[in-house]
Structure formats: structure tokens, C-alpha cells
Design a protein around this ligand. Structure first.
Ligand code: PEP
Ligand code: MN
Length: 403
């Protein structure tokens, strides 16, 4: 396998279409998976107009800076660590919580930096991670599924679960507040910090696109469930200049991976595209190598990150969704082994973590057990590593980086 040796000269990825109303038109006829059934389209139009008139949440210059940092990772000269809540919630969006998560993330970054001797780019799952894809539009109780605070409420009542477009304005305000905390953490710690979320809810994302940039966050990713190549999410991603992530699960074929790279990184710009594999501990060694090889052979200088969370989710005896620390660590170790064997660069990790003392994932050095899960199971969606488990995993990764 060959790692791309050429450094493309383009400094900005080509933006292939107009944005603003032109963008909305370009997406209009395409399949948009995982969107809510808003009860009132007139309200949606009002909220989209309001979002379109509000100031952007992040600056294009900071978005470009992140792409430059990620370019270093694409070229093997830096690492990346992305992490934070699976789902941010409005109630949980306190300065203390955001700060604790960012400090946990920075702690990982510092350990990786020391162990690898490379700069590490910290990117929070923060300030916009409010929308969630669901496996079914309704739950076993017959109610519409909870799609994240940006869409509806978690409480199991028909009223709470009815999608309310005004929640997008609350999300915008919450994201702004979280970005203020992010900036202050960056100042006190003298680090550069960036914000990422899944570009899932198009009625929120599209009005915040300005001059070819999605200014709802620095880094946006497309999830495993909304990445149909001819769908609206990929079409949006193609038309924005932000660095992009794409989640790839175990069913992805090498041809598909190349097709995505072609669609999202036609100019082969380092830092433009980050492929986030989430294969599961059992499959990573078999499934990941052909994808890495095919994308490299096609000449795309992507960053490869490992999300060891989403392929390792299980249901505990009491019914709570959980993840075992050992399975998470096993996928991480498989991911590093794959890249070592191929001679490609393991770009880093994408984690669901919190600095808070929650009881959502099993194991770790404290050996959290199933019967403890209900004690502080606070996640708005998927189980996160708590502060101690995050450090345990960071130490585990540091050991690998030192090898
Ligand atoms: C997530 O990151 O919370 C998520 C839903 O991941 P994926 O798209 O990989 O399933
Ligand atoms: Mn998740």
C-alpha cells in the first residue's frame, strides 16, 4: 500500500455549489434520513428564517485553522482526539459539565502528546451535539422516539415527544454558551480547542451555512445512518468547506469508502476528510485494512480515527445500554495494529466521554459492575466513559504510542 506522497497545493476544498437558498434548493429533492416529522411546517419556516438571520456560531478562520491542524494528522505529523457526550442536553449544558468534559478531553490530548511526541488536536463533541439518529421512529411504548433535545423531549409523554422546531433556537443558544466555555477553557489552559457535532438535523444546519461554510461548528460529521451517497446529508457535506468526518461501520466496502472519499474530497486536500471507523472489537482487524488500503491507493490523504464506542454497545441484564471497557480497549488496540501493519498513520480517537462521575460503561481500573449502572446513569443517549475510565483508556493508548 502506498501512503499518498503528494501534498496537494489547493488550500481550500472546492465548494461545488451555491449556499444559502441555493443550498436549500439543491437538497430539496434528495432523501434526508432521520429527520423529524415536524407537526407545523409554518413554524419550521419561521425558525429557519430566524436561524438564518442570527450570527454564525463559529468563524470561518477558525474552521480553516482546524483543517490545517487536521492536515498535519493526515500527513502523519499530528494526532487527533475527539470526545464528549453522545448527546448534549439542554439541562446538562452547564459550564461545570462542559468544562469537565473538555478537561477530560485535554487530559487525553496531553497524555497522547507526551507519549507520541506529536502535537494533538483536541476536538470536543460539544456545542451542537443535540440531534440523535434512532433505529426506529417510535419506541416500544408507541410514542415517537426521542431524537435529541434539539427535536423533542425525553419524557415519555406524547406532548414531550412531539417535535417542536423552536427547540432549534434553544440549541443555537446552548451551543453559543458552550462555545463561550470552550473559549475560556482554551484561554486558561493555553490550548487550541475546536467543536464538532453530527450534521444530522438539516433544518438547523442549512440556515447556519454562510459563504460556503457550515458555521454551526468547526468540524461536522455524517453518521453511519445518514450517509447514503445520493442523500441530502452527503450533498450538504459536499457543499461546505469545513473539515468533515464520516462514520464507517463494518458493512462498508472498499469501493464505497473510495466513493465517499471521491465525493467529499475530490481535490485530495489533507485535513478535508476524516474517516471514523466504528467496526467493533471483533471485526476491526478484518474489516478495516481493505478500506485503508483502497482509500490510500485512490490518493486521498484522509485522517483515520477510531471510534471504539459504537461498535461495542450491548444491553446489560437490567436493560441499560452499556459498553465494556475491555471491548473498547480491544478495538483501539486492533485499530493501532491495523495501521502498524499497513504502515499508515493511526490518526487518533473519537470517544463518548464525560469528566463527570457517571456509571454508564463497565470495567476500567475501578471495575465498574453491572449492578452499579443505575447509580448515576445520566446520559441523554449512549453510555459514556466516566472521568476515570477516560484516563484509563488514555493511559492504555499512551502505552501503545510509546511502543
Ligand atoms: C454517535 O456518534 O453518537 C453515533 C450515532 O454514531 P454512529 O453514526 O457511528 O452510529
Ligand atoms: Mn452515540
Amino acid at each position: 500500500m502506498t501512503t499518498p506522497m503528494t501534498t496537494p497545493t489547493a488550500t481550500n476544498p472546492t465548494v461545488h455549489d451555491g449556499t444559502g437558498p441555493g443550498l436549500a434548493r439543491a437538497l430539496a429533492g434528495l432523501t434526508a434520513d432521520q429527520q423529524p416529522q415536524w407537526p407545523d411546517q409554518e413554524r419550521v419556516r419561521e425558525v429557519r428564517a430566524a436561524l438564518g438571520a442570527l450570527p454564525p456560531l463559529v468563524e470561518p478562520a477558525a474552521v480553516d485553522r482546524l483543517r490545517e491542524r487536521l492536515a498535519e494528522a493526515a500527513l502523519g505529523r499530528a494526532l487527533v482526539v475527539q470526545g464528549g457526550d453522545c448527546a448534549e442536553t439542554f439541562a446538562g449544558n452547564t459550564p461545570e459539565h462542559v468544562r469537565a468534559n473538555l478537561h477530560a478531553l485535554l487530559h487525553c490530548a496531553t497524555l497522547f502528546e507526551v507519549a507520541s511526541g506529536l502535537p494533538v488536536v483536541p476536538v470536543g463533541r460539544v456545542a451542537g451535539q443535540y440531534a440523535k439518529p434512532r433505529s426506529s421512529p417510535t419506541g416500544p411504548d408507541g410514542l415517537p422516539s426521542f431524537r435529541g433535545d434539539i427535536v423533542n423531549g425525553l419524557a415519555a409523554t406524547a406532548e414531550a415527544r412531539t417535535p417542536d422546531p423552536r427547540r432549534m433556537l434553544t440549541a443555537y443558544d446552548g451551543a453559543g454558551a458552550a462555545l463561550d466555555v470552550l473559549d475560556s477553557v482554551a484561554d486558561t489552559t493555553r490550548s487550541e480547542l475546536f467543536a464538532a457535532h453530527e450534521a444530522l438535523l438539516l433544518d438547523y444546519e442549512v440556515p447556519l451555512v454562510r459563504d460556503g461554510y457550515a458555521l454551526s461548528g468547526h468540524f461536522l460529521w455524517i453518521g453511519e445512518r445518514t450517509r447514503r451517497l445520493d442523500g441530502a446529508h452527503i450533498a450538504l457535506a459536499r457543499r461546505i468547506a469545513n473539515p468533515l468526518g464520516l462514520k464507517l461501520g463494518p458493512s462498508t466496502t472498499p469501493d464505497q469508502a473510495v466513493a465517499y472519499a471521491e465525493a467529499l474530497d475530490p481535490d485530495r486536500v489533507p485535513g478535508r476528510l476524516t474517516l471514523i471507523s466504528r467496526m467493533g472489537a471483533d471485526q476491526v482487524s478484518d474489516v478495516l485494512p481493505p478500506l485503508v488500503e483502497a482509500v490510500a491507493d485512490a490518493g486521498h490523504p484522509v485522517v483515520w480515527l477510531c471510534d471504539p464506542m459504537h461498535g461495542n454497545t450491548e444491553t446489560a441484564a437490567g436493560g441499560l445500554k452499556t459498553r465494556r471497557f475491555d471491548r473498547i480497549a480491544a478495538e483501539v488496540s486492533g485499530y493501532f495494529a491495523v495501521h502498524r501493519a499497513l504502515g499508515s498513520h493511526p490518526g487518533g480517537l473519537h470517544l463518548e466521554l464525560t469528566g463527570d462521575d457517571v456509571t454508564e460503561c463497565l470495567g476500567g481500573r475501578e471495575d465498574l459492575r453491572e449492578e452499579q449502572l443505575p447509580e448515576r446513569y445520566l446520559t441523554g443517549c449512549d453510555p459514556r466513559l466516566n472521568g476515570r475510565q477516560t484516563l484509563d483508556l488514555a493511559r492504555f493508548v499512551a502505552e501503545i504510542l510509546l511502543e
